[in-house]
Design a protein around this ligand. Structure first.
Ligand code: SAJ
Length: 419
């Protein structure tokens, strides 16, 4: 049985590699020539612990190859991006753009034959799997699909969302339970059989729409909970209460578990997926929408805190001007102990401060060796240098390297509560 994975990114490549590691023949498809070449050399183009070894073994043993255009297979897994269309006006609700799913469906359609299985893994708005099946049916009028033929369909279709945590993908792919949303009972059964190749967690069966919503619900739940913590941090600041102490006290209640406030919500999922729900049901998804706005507003609140700190510093040191004030930003990644700077509130805040501030801005990020191309005079320094040099210290990420017993600097803004 040959398995084809369409889209060899953060989810597709590890998934392809897991099947190949169980000695299944896997054809990975990606439109990016560089990704295809890198994988065929037995190397990887993304950062994920342990993945390089698995891909290297799979390619050298001949179980995994990457190509630019689809080839025939028995199962097709689609793991392409599901971005949003550009918003027309600030404050508009972003609308999903399914063009990569449509392109993938049209690319695999000519390869389909009776008995094949197509699985959508990309995080998608409710209804996307049915839409994908419509695109497949339109391209292949000679075959039958579940929406018309039910369990007798020639081609089975299911939605099985990925739920792995970046940095722990290899372990979580194997250990996590898997939601299997077939368009019919037979579609689900076929998908379970396929995932059981490497999944040790339970494969729980539901329908496609519920599976789509389950994935969106998980990440929206986390977003709403983080928004609650972020709102608390702003309320406590106003009332002169230590929010970290407050949360640890409240969390002693047996049924309370408040998450941690921070400088905002980053990454590629938590700050994105709730919009799939809000765009579909804007009048009903009030709390989910508000949570998004609360979390998106947090970086501006942090920047304002920095402005106040600069003003306070200048008041205490009247001989100085803004140009003499050095600001240190600790942490640029989107969460602790990783090197991923994409969609990072910490990086965005640091960039904005570097743009607005007349004096020096320095950054500490132990997980990277050089700064990404930013259009500013920002400099990367060591923790010790920053501690000594800066007048205003802004902690943005709770990396393990920053958890010191005592901190030398005076003017502190600690968005993660570790100092
Ligand atoms: N954050 C806080 N406070 C907290 C926890 C997190 O501010 O108490 C922030 C982080 O700093 C970060 C953001 O939230 O900026 C997201 O980090 P995360 O660790 O919550 O999640 P991701 O984006 O790395 O991965 C999530 C996971 N989903 C859930 O935990 C429900 C993962 O299982 C999903 O597979 C992944 O999204 C995905 O691909 O959808």
């Amino acid at each position: 049985n040959t398995i084809s994975v369409i889209g060899l990114g953060y989810i597709g490549l590890p998934t392809a590699a897991m099947f190949a590691s169980r000695k299944k023949k896997v054809i990975g498809v990606d439109v990016n020539q560089r990704a295809v070449d890198t994988i065929n050399r037995g190397e990887i183009h993304i950062v994920e612990p342990d993945l390089d070894m698995i891909v290297h073994a799979a390619v050298t043993e001949g179980y995994l190859k990457a190509v630019l255009t689809p080839e025939p297979a028995d199962a097709f897994l689609i793991a392409v991006p599901t971005p949003f269309l550009p918003v027309q006006m600030e404050g508009d609700i972003p609308q999903p753009d399914l063009k990569y799913i449509e392109a993938a469906a049209n690319a695999i359609a000519p390869m389909l034959k009776k008995g094949d299985l197509v699985i959508l893994e990309s995080t998608s708005p409710v209804g996307a799997t049915e839409q994908m099946a419509e695109w497949l049916a339109a391209a292949r009028p000679d075959l039958t699909f579940p929406q018309a033929a039910g369990d007798n369909a020639d081609v089975n279709v299911a939605h099985c969302p990925e739920r792995v945590l970046p940095g722990h993908v290899v372990r979580e792919l194997v250990e996590n339970d898997r939601v299997i949303g077939g368009m019919t009972a037979k579609c689900s059964a076929r998908a379970v059989e396929l995932y059981k190749t490497f999944v040790q967690g339970e494969c729980v069966i539901t329908n496609a729409r519920t599976a789509e919503m389950a994935k969106l619900t998980e990440n929206s739940c986390r977003d709403v909970q983080i928004a609650f913590a972020n709102e608390l941090s702003i309320i406590c600041d106003k009332l002169d209460i230590d929010v970290w102490e407050l949360i640890s006290l409240a969390n002693r209640h047996p049924r309370i578990n408040i998450l941690q406030p921070g400088p905002g919500v980053g990454g590629h999922c938590i700050a994105v997926d709730p919009w799939f729900i809000v765009s579909k049901t804007p009048n009903e998804a009030k709390l989910i929408h508000t949570a998004r706005k609360v979390n998106d507003a947090k970086p501006e609140w942090v920047i304002n805190k920095v402005k106040i700190a600069i003003a306070d510093f200048l008041q205490a040191n009247p001989e100085k001007t803004a140009k003499d004030v050095t600001i240190a930003c600790y942490g640029l990644a989107f969460k602790p102990d990783i090197d991923d700077l994409r969609e990072s509130p910490a990086l965005n805040i640091t960039k904005k401060i570097a743009e607005m501030h007349a004096g020096k801005v320095i950054a500490v990020e132990p997980n990277i060796k050089e700064l990404p191309v930013v259009n500013t005079a920002l400099r990367l320094v060591s923790f010790e240098e920053a501690e000594k040099m800066a007048d205003v210290h802004l902690l943005l990420v709770d990396h393990k390297e920053f958890k010191k017993e005592s901190f030398g600097g005076n003017c502190l803004i600690d968005t993660k509560g570790i100092w």
